[in-house]
Design a protein around this ligand. Structure first.
Ligand SMILES: Cc1cc2nc3c(=O)[nH]c(=O)nc-3n(C[C@H](O)[C@H](O)[C@H](O)COP(=O)(O)OP(=O)(O)OC[C@H]3O[C@@H](n4cnc5c(N)ncnc54)[C@H](O)[C@@H]3O)c2cc1C
Length: 493
C-alpha cells in the first residue's frame, strides 16, 4: 500500500507513471481491468489530471502556491489557503484548466475537502479536545511533499432518501464504522459518483449530510490509500465512451481528455488512528458538509473554462458555415458569453469575499458560492442549446471518421459536407464532434450532468440560499422606504 511517499511527482508524465502497477480492483464492462493506465476508455481522464501537474510547471504562479505548512511551493490543489488571494487563485486556475482540457480535471473535490477539513478539525478539537487537527496537518504535509492526488469521497448510496442513515433498512447505505479498536476503526459501505477516484493516490471519506446523535457510527472522516485491498471500483459509463476504443481521433470529439466517475465499495477497511479525522462527532458533520460544499460550489467556475471552449467551438461552426457575422449569430454568442461570465462572476465574488476561519485558512462566502453553483445547474444547458443551434443538425448526424476514410464514401462526404470556401471539411467535422462531445457525448457528463448534480442537486443550493437570503432585513429596508412604521402589523378593518 502507498503509505510511504515515493519520490516526489513533478510532471504529468511522472504522475501517469505513479499510477502504474497498483493492482487496483477495477471493474468495467463486467471485467477486471488489469492496468487502468493503459485502458483507452480510462486514459483520457488520466491525461486530464496529468495536465494539472504540467500547468504547475508551465505557470507556477497560477497553479502552485507557497505553503507555510510544509515550507515549500505546493500544487494549488493541495494547498491550504492562507489568504483571500489563495482562494481567488483556485478559481483562476480552475477556469484555465477547463479551457485546456474541455472536461472535468477531477482535483477540485480533494482541494475543497482539504480546506473544509482543516478548519472543521480545528473547531472539533476545541469543542471536544480531540486530536484531529494535528493529525490532519501531518496528513496534508505528507500529500504536499509527495505531490499526490486526493479524491474527496462524500456521496453515499443513501437508499431511501426520506430516512436518516441509522433508520435505513440496510445499515450500509451510508459509510459507517462497524468496529472500533484501540488502534483504529473498521469501516464499511460505498461511495457513489467518485470523480477521478482511480486517478487519485488517496481518498478522504466524509459524511454526506447533517447527522443526529443516533447516527454516531456514520460520523467518520478517514483517509484511505486508493490501492488498499479492501477497495473495489466499478467504473461508470459515459455516453459515447466506447468511441475511444475504435481508433481514429475525430469521432471522439476530444481525443485527449475525458472525465471519470466510479463507485467505490469499501469492504471492511481498517483505518489506523493517525488517518482518522472524525470519529463519532455527529455535531460537526453539518459544519464539515457546509464548509466543503461552500468551497466546492464556487469551484464550479471550472465550468466557465469549458464554456469558453464551447463558445469558441460554436463561433467556429458558424464561421465554417459562412455566417459568423450575421446578427442573430453574434447575439447568440453574446448571450453565451453573458451566461458564462455570470457563473464566473458569482464564483470569483464568493472567493473574493472569503473570511478567515478560527484555524487560519480562508472560507469563501457561502451565499455567493451557492448562487454560483445554482447558476451552473442552469446556464450550461442554455449555452449547450445555443451551441447546438449554431452548429446545425449535422452535430447529431455526421457520418463516422471511418466513412471519411473509405475510398468510396470519403470523396462524396468531402464534396457535400463543404462549408464556406477555404475551410477543410475535416476541420468542420472536428468542431462538430467537439460540440457533440460536450453537449451530447462523453464530456457532456462533465459539462452538463456534473453541473447539475455535482456538489449537490439544485434544491440543495436553494435551501442554502433560503437560509441566508435574510428576508427579514430586506423587508425592513422596504418598510423604511415605504414609510411603514417598524414593529407594527397593520390589518385592514
Ligand atoms: C458527474 C458527477 C460527479 C460527481 N462527483 C462526486 C465526487 O467526486 N464526490 C462525491 O462525493 N460526490 C460526487 N457526485 C455526487 C453528487 O454530489 C450527487 O450526485 C448529488 O449530491 C445528488 O445526489 P444523488 O445523485 O444521490 O441524487 P439524489 O440525492 O437522489 O437527488 C435526486 C433528486 O431527488 C431530490 N431529493 C433527494 N433527497 C430528497 C429528500 N429527502 N427530499 C426531497 N427531495 C430529495 C434531489 O433534490 C434531486 O432533485 C458527483 C455527481 C455527478 C453527477
Amino acid at each position: 500500500m502507498m503509505t510511504a511517499p515515493p519520490t516526489r511527482i513533478e510532471s504529468g508524465v511522472e504522475y501517469i507513471e505513479s499510477l502504474r502497477g497498483r493492482k487496483l480492483r477495477v471493474y468495467l464492462f463486467g471485467e477486471r481491468v488489469e492496468e487502468p493506465v493503459d485502458h483507452p476508455m480510462i486514459r483520457g481522464s488520466i491525461n486530464a489530471v496529468a495536465r494539472t501537474y504540467d500547468l504547475g510547471i508551465e505557470q507556477p504562479d497560477l497553479a502552485t502556491a507557497w505553503s507555510t505548512l510544509s515550507n515549500r511551493r505546493v500544487n494549488r490543489f493541495l494547498h491550504v489557503t492562507e489568504s483571500v488571494d489563495d482562494v481567488v487563485g483556485q478559481n483562476r486556475m480552475q477556469r484555465r484548466l477547463g479551457q485546456l482540457t474541455g472536461t472535468c480535471f477531477q482535483r477540485c473535490v480533494g482541494m475543497d475537502a482539504i480546506n473544509a477539513l482543516y478548519s472543521t478539525t480545528f473547531e472539533m478539537d476545541q469543542a471536544h479536545a480531540t486530536p484531529y487537527h494535528a493529525r490532519f496537518r501531518q496528513f496534508v504535509i505528507k500529500m504536499q511533499e509527495a505531490n499526490y492526488v486526493i479524491g474527496g469521497a462524500m456521496t453515499d448510496p443513501k437508499g431511501d432518501r426520506s430516512k436518516a442513515p441509522a433508520d435505513q433498512t440496510d445499515p450500509d447505505m451510508f459509510v459507517r464504522i462497524i468496529e472500533r479498536r484501540p488502534d483504529g476503526v473498521v469501516i464499511r459501505g460505498a461511495k457513489m459518483h467518485q470523480t477521478g477516484c482511480l486517478n487519485s493516490h488517496w481518498i478522504v471519506v466524509m459524511p454526506t449530510m447533517r447527522l443526529r446523535a443516533a447516527d454516531k457510527d456514520y460520523a467518520i472522516v478517514a483517509a484511505i490509500p486508493v490501492d488498499h485491498p479492501g477497495l473495489t471500483f466499478i467504473y461508470g459509463r459515459q455516453s459515447c465512451d466506447t468511441r475511444s476504443m475504435e481508433g481514429g481521433d475525430i469521432d471522439q470529439g476530444n481525443a485527449q481528455f475525458a472525465g471519470q466517475e466510479a463507485m467505490i465499495l469499501i469492504d471492511d477497511v481498517f483505518v489506523p488512528n493517525e488517518l482518522i479525522f472524525m470519529n463519532g462527532e455527529t455535531d460537526f458533520a453539518a459544519m464539515l458538509v457546509e464548509r466543503f460544499t461552500s468551497y466546492h460550489r464556487r469551484s464550479y467556475v471550472c465550468k466557465t473554462g469549458l464554456g469558453d471552449v464551447i463558445i469558441g467551438a460554436a463561433a467556429l461552426a458558424a464561421d465554417y458555415n459562412g455566417v459568423e457575422k450575421v446578427s442573430h449569430v453574434r447575439d447568440k454568442l453574446v448571450e453565451m458569453a453573458h451566461l458564462n461570465e455570470t457563473i464566473y462572476g458569482a464564483g470569483i465574488a464568493a472567493s473574493h469575499e472569503s473570511q478567515p476561519t478560527a484555524a487560519g485558512n480562508y472560507q469563501p462566502d457561502d451565499l455567493l458560492a451557492n448562487v454560483c453553483k445554482h447558476n451552473v445547474t442552469r446556464f450550461p444547458y442554455e449555452i449547450a442549446r445555443l451551441a447546438q443551434d449554431l452548429a446545425g443538425g449535422l452535430v447529431a448526424t455526421l457520418p463516422s471518421e471511418k466513412d471519411f476514410k473509405n475510398p468510396e464514401t470519403g470523396p462524396l462526404l468531402n464534396k457535400y459536407l463543404k462549408g464556406r470556401d477555404g475551410v477543410r471539411v475535416e476541420d468542420r467535422a472536428r468542431i462538430l464532434r467537439l460540440i457533440e462531445n460536450m453537449t451530447l457525448g462523453r464530456n457532456a457528463v462533465g459539462y452538463l450532468t456534473e453541473s447539475m448534480h455535482g456538489a449537490g442537486s439544485p434544491q440543495a443550493q436553494r435551501i442554502q440560499i433560503a437560509r441566508q437570503m435574510n428576508l427579514e432585513a430586506k423587508k425592513e429596508m422596504a418598510k423604511s422606504l415605504a414609510g411603514i412604521p417598524n414593529n407594527k402589523t397593520v390589518t385592514e378593518s
